[in-house]
Write a protein that binds this ligand. Structure first.
Ligand code: HEM
Length: 509
């Protein structure tokens, strides 16, 4: 009664206290309703990791590598537990079984996304395949990206672009070696630029060296375009707005955060518009370029201009980053472990003899495939699946999961689970040599996700990465530069090596 009186007398209270009281009341009502629903389901609640009042577990997560903290907690609380990030409840999954249950069996109750403020802006409000809910937009866009770019037939049509990528990467490393044989090479610089060129060709039908961006009144060189479309966006995606954790306070402005993210968006949109202009004119004049944009434009009745721009950007950013991450880590591991490198080299010699390794050889090179999958396992480029959101009450691992819960699938945790992987901290490709070799198999680890939302670009990533690793080991012997062995820190959203790999290469005789 006293509480009700206070609420009725709300006008007499300062605004802040009234809001806090209102939030508290809502919280009590929500907790009560949830508890009643759970009791009627007869399932226990998910065990929770103890945290502090109001902020929950936020302070324990502040070191920006949540996948590692999540895996550590799994040792104490088991493969499924709940945490609180401010006012939000999140259930974290750390084993293949519960992850599979969430991605496959219970998918119909967990098929939406809850995006942070930054991601809402940077994905144009869920206007890309990977961040959309499971709706008509998603189904149409996924069908198109597979049929035009990432599916098996489309990948056959784009073979030429991949061959050029491999040849250019080799030639540039060879050029550096000729200039200064004793100087360490920077694989990342060369390979990322080549991946970016491939992504532009597949998406827009042509590569660029520079482009005039009308809306910003300036010319952008290719490396500046890469920065605006890829690097800035990856950085923005992990920006934290404290209001994400306290949605009832979202009315309080956070101007510096909003300005920063909006500027990234404005520049990206301006650059994408400049890139799309010419291929669009080609399409309108009836000349097709065999690219994703053609395909999107022919469905212009279904998509808005903004959606077409965002979907094109998505294909560019996704091609340019994760494949680099896994390939660079694989070359680091091979340079650090000469015995594994020798074994791969001997295999390639046996299969290819004096000829260059080609995509046709991949099915005969199980050790190369094992190196790729072991690197994906140990250095998972997507350590946590973008958060899923439970939109109707469900269950996971025998626990009750109420609607409104966020789900974090910790791929890093699944790929380092001691119950599945012997000595998971070791990099040991041999663990993948048992059983039949199928170089197209995606599910050797949890790295590509699973179920309906399994990675659409897995085939491209596997082919490019395996071909690059194979060719670079066939041509050169790789040794880590001094001091490089302990350079294992990571950065950002995709577990990228913090410092680019520095390796000394020698041509094979
Ligand atoms: C080693 C490289 C890669 C890894 C480890 C990786 C990982 C993943 C993961 C874990 C997901 C699932 C997200 C979820 O379940 O919600 C995903 C989705 C996706 N990936 Fe990849 N990815 C890689 C490369 C690529 C490439 C090269 C492309 C395309 C150019 C791509 C395009 C996509 C798309 C479009 C989705 C969304 C699929 C859907 O929601 O149906 N990925 N990726």
């Amino acid at each position: 009664m006293a509480l009700m009186d206070a609420i009725l007398d709300v006008q007499a209270l300062p605004l802040g206290i009234a809001v806090a009281l209102g939030a508290l009341l809502l919280w009590f009502i929500k907790a009560y309703v949830n508890d009643q629903r759970r009791k009627s389901s007869n399932l226990p609640p998910v065990p929770g990791v103890p945290g502090l009042p109001v902020i929950g577990n936020l302070l324990q997560l502040k070191e920006k590598k949540p996948h590692k903290t999540f895996a550590k907690w799994a040792k104490t609380y088991g493969p499924i537990y709940s945490i609180k990030t401010g006012a939000n409840k999140m259930v974290v999954l750390n084993s293949n079984e519960v992850a599979k249950e969430a991605m496959v069996t219970r998918y119909s109750s967990i098929s939406t996304r809850k995006l942070s403020k930054a991601l809402t802006i940077l994905t144009g409000g869920k206007s890309i395949v990977a961040m959309s809910d499971y709706d008509d937009f998603y189904k149409m866009a996924k069908r198109l990206i597979l049929s035009s770019t990432l599916g098996t037939n489309a990948q056959k049509r784009h073979r030429g672009h991949r061959d050029i990528l491999i040849e250019n990467t080799y030639n540039q490393l060879h050029g550096s070696l000729n200039k200064n044989p004793l100087q360490a090479v920077n694989l990342r610089e060369v390979f990322q630029s080549e991946l970016f060129s491939l992504s532009l060709k597949q998406t827009l039908g042509k590569d660029v060296e520079s482009i005039y961006v009308e809306e910003l009144g300036t010319i952008f060189l290719k490396k500046e375009v890469l920065k605006v479309l890829v690097h800035d966006q990856m950085e923005g995606a992990i920006e934290v707005d404290w209001r994400d954790f306290f949605p009832f306070l979202k009315w309080i402005p956070n101007k510096s955060f909003e300005y920063k993210i909006q500027q990234m968006d404005v520049r990206r949109v301006a650059v994408m518009k400049a890139l799309i202009k010419e291929p669009k004119e080609c399409f309108e004049s009836g000349r097709e370029l065999n690219c994703y944009l053609d395909c999107l434009l022919s469905e212009a009745k279904t998509f808005t201009e903004k959606q077409i721009l965002m979907l094109s950007w998505e294909a560019i950013i996704e091609s340019s980053d994760t494949t680099l991450v896994v390939t660079e880590w694989a070359m680091y591991e091979l340079a650090k472990n000469p015995e594994n490198q020798d074994r791969l080299y001997r295999d390639i010699q046996n299969v290819c003899g004096p000829n260059k390794v080609t995509e046709e050889n991949l099915s005969q090179l199980p050790y190369l495939s094992a190196i790729f999958h072991e690197t994906l396992r140990k250095h998972s480029p997507v350590p946590i699946v973008p958060l899923r959101y439970v939109h109707e009450d469900t269950e996971l691992g025998g626990y009750y999961i109420p609607a409104g819960t966020e789900i974090a699938i910790n791929i890093y945790g699944c790929n380092n689970d001691k119950n599945v992987w012997e000595n998971p901290e070791d990099w040991k490709p041999e663990r993948f040599l048992d059983g039949e070799h199928d170089h197209m198999e995606l599910h050797k680890t949890a790295a590509f996700g699973g179920g309906k939302r399994v990675c659409a670009g897995a085939l491209q990533a596997m082919t490019i990465s395996c071909m690059t690793i194979g060719r670079l080991v066939q041509e050169f012997e790789w040794v880590l530069a001094d001091g490089e062995k302990d350079n294992v820190d990571t950065l950002g959203l995709t577990n990228q090596k913090l410092h680019p790999l520095q390796a000394i290469i020698k041509p094979r005789t």
